[in-house]
Design a protein around this ligand. Structure first.
Ligand SMILES: Nc1ncnc2c1ncn2[C@@H]1O[C@H](COP(=O)(O)OP(=O)(O)OP(=O)(O)O)[C@@H](O)[C@H]1O
Length: 496
């Protein structure tokens, strides 16, 4: 663990060509970012004084998750304000996750030098895709409760599902449970439907057609198509599955939104039909037992999460939004406790990793520059705005998750009994100083602690996912997972 102020990394000197390979930036954006940090050149970014860094440079507006409505806790606490000491239950009740992205600013505002790092999509619109999708697309479905969707392996046969309830809501989507209306393969009977929320600026008729509108739309579109393309390419038991979409054009076209708008003159509905995880998310689960998840369960959940992230990194995909809310449980905690001693407990996965809205396919050795992630989980290098290795930022977030599960609080919240001065210090300030410590586990000798200590540290010392896998806390549990072997066998067969 590094707590000392004198261990700040030196200001990195970056060569110009280190920026050139990242598809998420252009030169003027980097300059904007550097200016926002009070520096004149992007080539030798000076680390800002921490006093002036109390938030990431481009915060998204925050919508409290409506999954709170489904609180399993049945009571509401008098929750302290976000800043200061909070445990996971308060965090859950508070809906306090601020997702911060530089990729999708609410609206590009040149005066305020907002940073927008998504690649500009330059393809010109073609009507061909619209024509192809037109017969099967019904964006004006009169019965809002009925969804017509298409499975990825058969984009021509429409299937129907009925909406049952809303199960969650993030900044960028609303998530529903749907049941199939007709007999289908068992796995498609209950599905989760992630419906994209459009930023309010895109819903404003008066600005339609303006350059900024088109720019925001194309960036949203490239983010959506990237998420779909990557999800489609993934196949791992511990990763949420994309089964289908409400319109084949979302899969078939590189510019589905703009093409659909050419025809329909309105923002189309975009639904991702995905595997459903009835156990809810891990923050909700940890909160429901007052942050007292048993250690064997933390070990099992974390081992599954590690093999999921290892699979992503092996395939050059970085997630960039690993957090408790994005780890979903396939079963309720009660079901898991009941399954624990059954012979086939290791035959089934109990988690699925979700929310690939910020993921990215990278080249070997590629550094990223887009500042994105969720406030409490973001690594210091992302915070500082220097090019970063996305895989190491993912392992930092894994350290935050494991600490949270072990300690019932997140590492960069103000520690219990801290002074009011410490409590007023922003989370980003503590992250930038690697300022965290063990509280509940201070005197415990646990194998899990070495993972946190070797991930919530500077990137030059930080463990990558393979080191986490080989740690004493993870390895044996991960190896005992039978479904994992099946997956490896299947992969071998696919290669043969
Ligand atoms: N497959 C699923 N099964 C069950 N619940 C889900 C599923 N996918 C998402 N949810 C619920 O919906 C919530 C929001 O989903 P998701 O994180 O994908 O949306 P988002 O708009 O990208 O969120 P955020 O702004 O937090 O990144 C999750 O925290 C979870 O509670």
């Amino acid at each position: 663990m590094t707590n000392r102020q004198d261990e700040f990394p030196p200001a990195p000197k970056l060569k110009q060509n280190e920026f050139a390979n990242d598809d998420t930036i252009n030169r003027s954006q980097v300059v904007d970012e550097a200016i926002a940090f009070g520096d004149r050149t992007p080539l030798a970014l000076v680390i800002p004084k921490f006093d002036s860094v109390n938030m990431l440079p481009t915060p998204m507006t925050y919508t409290p998750p409506s999954s709170q409505q489904r609180s399993p806790l049945g009571h509401s606490l008098n929750v302290p304000k976000r800043r200061g000491e909070v445990n996971l239950l308060q965090r859950f009740e508070n809906g306090s996750q601020l997702r911060v992205v530089s990729e999708l600013p609410p609206f590009a505002d040149p005066l305020q030098k907002r940073i927008s790092s998504l690649p500009t999509v330059s393809e010109t619109s073609s009507t061909a895709d619209v024509e192809r999708a037109a017969p099967s697309f019904n964006d004006t479905e009169s019965d809002d409760d009925i969804l017509t969707g298409y499975l990825l392996d058969d984009l021509t046969t429409p299937l129907k599902w009925r909406r049952v309830e809303e199960i969650g809501s993030g900044n960028f989507s609303t998530v529903y449970l749907y049941h199939s209306l007709r007999p289908v393969d068992y796995k498609f009977k209950q599905v989760c439907v992630k419906r994209i929320k459009f930023p309010k600026e895109l819903l404003d008729e008066n600005v339609r057609g303006q350059i900024l509108y088109t720019d925001l739309l194309s960036r949203l579109e490239s983010s959506l198509t990237r998420e779909l393309a990557i999800l489609k390419s993934l196949n791992h038991p511990c990763i949420v599955k994309l089964y289908g979409v409400n319109n084949p054009i979302l899969i078939e076209s590189k510019k589905p939104l703009r093409n659909l708008m050419l025809k329909n003159k309105q923002l189309p509905r975009c639904d991702m039909i995905m595997s459903y995880c009835p156990g809810g998310d891990l923050l909700m689960a940890a909160a429901s037992c007052n942050g007292n998840l048993e250690l064997w369960l933390i070990q099992r959940i974390f081992a599954e999460l590690v093999i999921a992230v290892q699979y992503l990194h092996e395939n050059f995909v970085i997630h960039r939004d690993l957090k408790l809310e994005n780890v979903l449980l396939k079963y309720s905690l009660n079901e898991i406790y009941n399954m624990k001693d059954s012979i086939d407990f290791t035959h089934k996965n109990i988690i699925e990793l979700a929310d690939f809205g910020l993921c990215k396919k990278i080249e070997a050795g590629e550094l990223c520059t887009a500042r994105c992630g969720s406030e409490d989980y973001v690594s210091p290098e992302i915070l500082m705005g220097v090019p970063y290795d996305g895989r190491l930022s993912d392992t930092w977030a894994l350290g935050v998750i494991l600490y949270g599960l072990l300690e019932d609080r997140l590492p960069f919240d103000a520690p219990p009994n801290s002074s009011s001065r410490q409590r007023n210090r922003a989370t980003s300030h503590r992250i930038a100083r690697y300022d965290w410590k063990w509280v509940r586990l201070a005197s415990e000798d646990l194998k899990a602690k070495e993972i946190v200590e070797n991930t919530l540290t500077r990137k030059s010392h930080r463990w990558d996912i393979n080191k986490i896998f080989l740690s004493a806390f993870v390895k044996d549990t991960a190896i005992s997972l039978i479904f994992q072997h099946r997956n490896v066998q299947q992969k071998k067969k696919e290669i043969e």
